[in-house]
Write a protein that binds this ligand. Structure first.
Ligand code: AMP
Length: 284
């Protein structure tokens, strides 16, 4: 049976006598196969699985984006039950940010480009809420999706710098059969936009293919990805990035691990995706 908890006090009480290790899966709800994959990883590795469902207002710059974020707690709880999650913490906003709350966790360089510059304040909101969740749950492990690659880097940096004892584990991106990365935001796509959206994955695949064929110019790889995106009239490109996989600085030459990443709008819906290029140890 999945237990649903609302307050900090209920969460603390439930965690006091729960078997360890604890695996934490932070989410904003509207759960899908991507979230389920994180819950399964936790269930395999941990004695207690804790899922949090909280649409974090601090990580939304645009109030309209927050207002239209899809929500269905009944559906989410049924999914947690199916995945045999032990505890769900689904708090109201004031349990996460009680009156008088006045702290922001702000990560430096890895939080500044890409999503950080496209969505000012976004990663402050993410780092702050994840710090609170890590403190409240005290999990041995926390699971995040590689779909949000920069988010994983920001949380790792925060956990390391603040000496938080929770290990941050990145899990592979779960995709639809046509390559589109699962996202709660996909529900906003019209049928036409949905049909166009796999262009993100095709663009990333073209970038990877060029790299696999020996291309090392980041500009050329960006161009390859842009050319694929340009073939889809509904795709309104926000950014196309070839960045250092450790620092997220834009690269001239790919001479180590790199992150290909994209943000593309389809009407009002903004989708992101990425592909990691690992160095072949025989090449490095
Ligand atoms: P969200 O509810 O969108 O904040 O996502 C909660 C967690 O699920 C984050 O760690 C995401 O990176 C992860 N996630 C979202 N979509 C996917 C996906 N398609 N595959 C794997 N993980 C995902």
């Amino acid at each position: 049976m999945t237990r649903v908890l609302r307050t900090r006090a209920e969460l603390r009480a439930a965690l006091a006598d729960t078997p360890r290790p604890i695996g934490l899966v932070p989410t904003m709800g509207w759960l899908h196969e991507g979230h389920r994959s994180l819950m399964r990883r936790a269930r395999e590795a941990d004695a207690t699985t804790v899922v949090t469902i909280f649409v974090n207002p601090r990580q939304f710059g645009d109030p309209a984006d927050l207002a239209k974020y899809p929500r269905s707690e009944a559906r989410d709880l049924a999914i947690c039950e199916e995945e045999r999650v032990d505890l769900v913490w689904a708090p109201p906003v004031e349990e996460v940010y009680p009156p008088g709350f006045d702290t922001t966790v702000s990560v430096g360089q890895v939080a500044s480009p890409l999503e950080g510059s496209a969505r000012p304040g976004h990663f402050d909101g993410v780092a702050t809420v994840v710090a609170i969740l890590f403190a409240l749950v005290g999990a041995e492990h926390a699971y995040f999706g590689q779909k949000d690659a920069q988010q994983v880097m920001v949380i790792r940096q925060m956990a390391r710098d603040l000496a938080l004892p929770t290990a941050v584990i990145a899990c592979p991106t779960v995709r639809e059969p046509d390559g589109l990365a699962l996202s709660s935001r996909n529900v906003h796509l019209t049928a036409e936009q949905r049909a166009a959206a796999p262009v993100l994955h095709r663009a990333l695949a073209a970038g990877r293919e060029a790299w696999e064929h020996g291309e090392r110019s980041a500009a050329t790889i960006r161009e390859r990805m842009r050319a694929v995106l340009a073939g889809e009239p509904l795709a309104d490109v926000d950014y196309v990035s070839v960045a250092d996989g450790r620092t997220l600085r834009e690269l001239d030459t790919i001479d180590g691990p790199a992150l290909l990443s994209l943000a593309v709008r389809f009407g009002p819906t903004r989708l992101i995706d990425n592909e990691v290029l690992e160095v072949d140890p025989t090449e490095a």
